[in-house]
Design a protein. Structure first.
Lengths: 792, 159
């Protein structure tokens, strides 16, 4: 062996190992603790009267009959709560020009989407609260709903907000190089398409849930939280309920899925907290599934006009997109509803060497449920548009879709570099990823089979996508724009008297395995068995300040903080050990729970003995020794706005041209998320993400009527991917660690969702090519496929 | 609406005797009145499968059955499977394969998996996928769940 062991190959290094999640056991035994599992003394339950109209003036509200039901504790209207809650506005200053009117937890003068909460009933049981809701008479005066984003800015369309002169929320233009000149060249082939991406939503199996306690004596609010960003919600609740921030505590235990859905500020949740404060007793609100569809944020809903020009050498010479999206009547607070559009502008074509790029984004208000960040924000749209155009261009010029990518993907030796849209890239591996994918899937073999089967009337298609994923965001994402959202995360690591480590971290667990990777990193860096590491996350009273888990930042940012804190503690412990052993600290190491001579496994003192001396028998230490057996460290990304991950994916599908049904035969993903901490967990993130992406590509759509009624707000009518339709998914990795951290981990949580729709769309269009048909509208339902085939 | 009925039933081997509103469904009764919160509520209309539990030997949706209909019945929930060693291998396989992420679908998914395994289902991936297609999981993409069930069937066949 040459040189000292590194962090990654020491004994006790769990980094790179598929360690099973220690906390999975209680979940398989039915001992999880989700918000709705908690029952508190004197707890009461909230239910809401929601607007049945997409747009309506609110007149008189008569709750006399409802108030008379035994068990009803209180009824609040929007005007009632306006006395206790200050309005919130979902804008960020760095998204210049973005506007949104002040919003209240319950609609006050007018309801602006079907499902907007209007009246809150608090009662001794949810059933009684619902009974009471049914007896409340609200005098709604329906107004003209603005539903179609396409016509939202037309002069004769009514304006949703009185203070505005039109329904525009935000607009942005990116213009790099000379796009006009490039498209005007005589030697280029130009492909132009319109892409439509339907609205869909997260469908977390545990719906949104809040249980809020308020202690009037201490003026303290405890919010039992099913979400991803406890410190952000602490700031939001404190600000709008007029409480000192330190008097608001967020506690997240088990979270039944989130995917971005539960990170936002919802009126019904804020109203629940307000009711707890007003009434001085615990109030629980758990959305039922209908409420989830009507009020959980929706995402996508973009119409993109795109065109691409490729030259005789098959090089992309220009790319242009025009994105239009409707976000509902407000921009969501505090992350805003312009981010998805912004990401599309930033990311379309980002894997490719591209000089001439123009992108326009238009975000409009409409009378539908609000839109905001959901897993893979903007990525499915950006990747499908760029790679859809690219594969079409390849077909047009008669070039293989792999070859055209090879000619256009940024070279693996080109980093660091900036994209046409200004994204800073480093440590990416598009070419390697594509090559690995082609091998993994046996691309050439599949092409051969495809040709043969076409002769038998079987239409199979192969579609690829090369992609980037925004991960590990810096303060440039939200903090710079004024949102109370931390981009840095912290970890505290403490050695106890028994030799165990306790780690408290500000990132959160929603099932990804956050707590597991924290333990893996801490155990390995410090030098103890993982079984001796206890992890706390989710509680603002006990964890360091930080952002939480979203935007694929948990492992990369939170993990690095754990690594740094564990390293620091190790140094502190070795200092103490050196004093006790009368040795030099730099000649000692910690292995398997013991202080040893560096480079050997000869135990000098066990951590348990060291802990006991420090905590119980400090008299044995010199009086000038000041042992610190706890260390805290924080970390943020500084050199880049984001640390990008890249990947390449492929789908193999068969289209039944009689029924329009698509069968996914196979799916492959090659991902470069830098250093892989736990391969099993990363693979499962990618698989779950791919399936979520398949949902958006083939099944999931929030279908609205022309007057803004959501027509499929139940799980029977809104289709999600189920086991029978899903393929096994093959995964391979490339590991190019990011140089921004010691750990080298980039994010991986959203890659599948971001890439899969493009691969599926391209595969379907590849299958349909001999029939001269193609589809650019998601979800690609059987009906829509039959339509492009001219059969319906 | 507020009519109540007294019911007697056995839940995970324990005799329960309680008064319930007639409109309370079985899963709400088990969660809120008996305190067994292992069974989860995902959709309340029988589609998602999170509340799947066993009543008199049959796996049912706890949200599609009223508590009063369980009068005299023998009910087993995820907590019961955990206590009685009946599903130990399945639970271990779910952990080994990371067949759960957020864990919210897991109680219902395990009930359906157990039903398949105990009925002598084959270690056939497509058949397993079909069987668990009444249980919605947003996190895993299902593959690891199929892996776990295959493992358990192979394991039981070998012993």
């Amino acid at each position: 062996m040459t040189g000292p062991l590194t962090l990654f190959d020491k004994p006790n290094s769990y980094i790179g190992r598929s360690v099973p999640r220690p906390d999975a056991r209680r979940l398989v035994e039915g001992r999880g603790q989700y918000v709705d599992d908690l029952q508190l003394p004197r707890m009461i339950h909230a239910a809401f009267v929601r607007s049945p109209y997409a747009h309506a003036k609110i007149g008189e509200i008569d709750s006399t009959e409802a108030a008379a039901i035994p068990g009803v504790v209180a009824i609040f209207t929007g005007a009632d709560l306006a006395e206790y809650v200050t309005p919130y506005v979902g804008v960020l200053t760095h998204l210049q020009g973005l506007r949104s009117p002040p919003q209240m937890p319950l609609a006050v003068d007018a309801a602006r989407w079907q499902g907007e909460p209007v009246v809150m009933v608090v009662a001794q049981s949810r059933a009684i609260a619902e009974d009471a809701c049914g007896l409340i008479e609200v005098d709604f005066d329906p107004l003209d709903p603005v539903c179609d984003a396409e016509t939202a800015l037309d002069p004769d369309t009514s304006v949703i907000h009185d203070d505005y002169d039109d329904n525009l929320a935000w607009q942005r233009v990116v213009d790099a190089g000379d796009v006009e000149a490039a498209f005007a060249r005589k030697d280029v082939t130009v492909i132009e398409r319109r892409f439509d991406f339907g609205r869909h939503t997260g469908v977390t199996l545990e719906s949104r849930a809040s249980l809020v306690e308020f202690n009037p004596s201490e003026q303290e609010l405890v919010y039992h939280y099913s979400g991803q960003a406890p410190h952000m919600m602490q700031a939001v609740l404190a600000k709008h309920l007029d409480l000192p921030e330190e008097n608001v505590r967020l506690v997240a235990r088990d979270v039944g899925g989130s995917f971005g859905i539960k990170i936002h500020t919802y009126g019904d949740d804020i109203a629940t907290a307000a009711a707890a404060k007003i009434l001085g007793r615990p109030v629980k609100f758990v959305a039922d599934r209908n409420e989830s569809f009507l009020s959980d944020i929706h995402a996508r809903d973009h119409r993109v006009d795109g065109r691409i020009a490729v030259d005789g050498a098959s090089k992309i010479v220009a790319l242009e997109i025009d994105d239009l999206t409707g976000i509902g009547p407000y921009s969501m607070y505090p992350r805003t509803s312009a981010i998805e559009c912004n990401q599309i502008l930033n990311l379309t074509g980002a894997p490719y060497a591209l000089e001439n790029y123009r992108a326009k984004g238009t975000v409009v208000f409409q009378n539908k449920n609000m839109m905001c960040q959901y897993r893979a924000v903007g990525h499915p749209v950006a990747m499908a548009v760029a790679d859809g155009l690219l594969e079409d261009a390849a077909r047009e010029i008669g070039m293989d879709v792999v070859e055209i990518r090879r000619r256009n993907l940024i070279g693996d030796d080109a980093y660091p570099m900036s994209s046409a849209a200004g994204m800073k890239f480093d440590d990416l591996s598009h070419q390697k990823a594509l090559n690995k994918l082609v091998d993994l899937m046996d691309y050439d073999g599949l092409r051969g089979d495809q040709e043969e089967l076409r002769g038998q009337g079987i239409y199979r298609g192969i579609g690829l996508v090369s992609m980037v994923e925004v991960t590990n965001p810096s303060p440039m994402f939200y903090g710079i724009g004024g949102a109370p959202i931390s981009a840095q995360d912290g970890a505290s690591v403490r050695l106890d008297a028994a030799g165990a480590l306790h780690v408290a971290s500000s990132i959160t667990e929603q099932g990804q395995g956050t707590n597991t990777i924290i333990a893996q990193i801490a155990a390995g860096v410090f030098g103890v068995d993982m079984a001796r590491v206890k992890v706390t996350t989710g509680d603002t009273a006990t964890v360091p300040y930080g952002g939480g888990t979203w935007a694929s930042r948990g492992a990369g940012i939170g993990g690095e903080a754990v690594l740094l804190a564990a390293n620091k503690l190790k140094e502190q412990v070795l200092d103490v050990a050196a004093t006790i052993l009368q040795a030099q600290a730099d000649e000692l190491d910690i292995v398997d729970g013991s202080v040893v001579d560096l480079g050997s496994s000869t135990e000098r003192i066990s951590l348990a003995d060291l802990g006991k001396i420090v905590y119980y028998r400090g008299n044995e230490l010199p009086s000038d020794a000041t042992p610190e057996l706890i260390a805290t460290h924080h970390y943020r990304v500084t050199d880049f706005p984001f640390v990008f991950t890249n990947g390449a994916m492929a789908a193999h599908v068969e289209v039944d041209t009689e029924t329009g049904f698509v069968k996914i035969l196979d799916f492959w993903a090659v991902e470069d998320c830098g250093r892989v901490i736990n391969p099993k967990l990363v693979d499962e993130q990618i698989r779950g993400g791919v399936v979520q992406g398949i949902g958006g590509a083939l099944y999931e759509e929030c279908i609205y009527s022309e007057d803004g009624q959501l027509q499929n707000a139940s799980m029977a009518d809104y289709l999600v991917p189920m086991a029978a339709e899903m393929p096994d998914i093959h995964i391979a990795h490339i590991e190019t660690p990011t140089k921004t951290s010691t750990l080298g981990a980039k994010g991986a949580g959203e890659a599948g969702t971001g890439g899969a729709p493009a691969a599926i769309m391209n595969a379907i269009n590849d299958a349909l090519q001999p029939l001269d048909a193609s589809i650019y509208q998601m979800p690609m339902t059987p009906q829509r496929i039959l339509k492009v085939l001219g059969k319906v | 609406m507020s009519e109540v009925v007294h019911i007697n039933l056995t839940v995970n081997g324990e005799a329960i005797s309680q008064t319930v509103p007639v409109r309370t469904n079985l899963v709400d009764f088990l969660r809120n009145d008996v305190g067994l919160t292992g069974s989860h509520v995902g959709c309340e209309h029988g589609v998602c499968g999170a509340c799947t539990l066993e009543v008199d030997g049959t796996m049912v949706r706890g949200c599609l059955m009223l508590a009063v209909q369980a009068d005299g019945a023998k009910v087993t929930t995820i907590e019961g499977f955990a206590d009685k060693d009946r599903a130990t291998d399945l639970q271990e396989a779910f952990q080994r394969h990371n067949s759960l992420q957020c864990g919210y679908c897991t109680p219902g998914m395990m009930a359906s998996a157990l039903e398949y395994v105990e009925a002598g289902g084959a270690a056939d991936r497509e058949a397993i996928r079909n069987h668990i297609s009444g249980n919605y999981c947003r996190c895993t993409g299902y593959q690891s769940i199929v892996d776990a069930i295959v493992d358990v069937i192979d394991g039981r066949a070998a012993t």
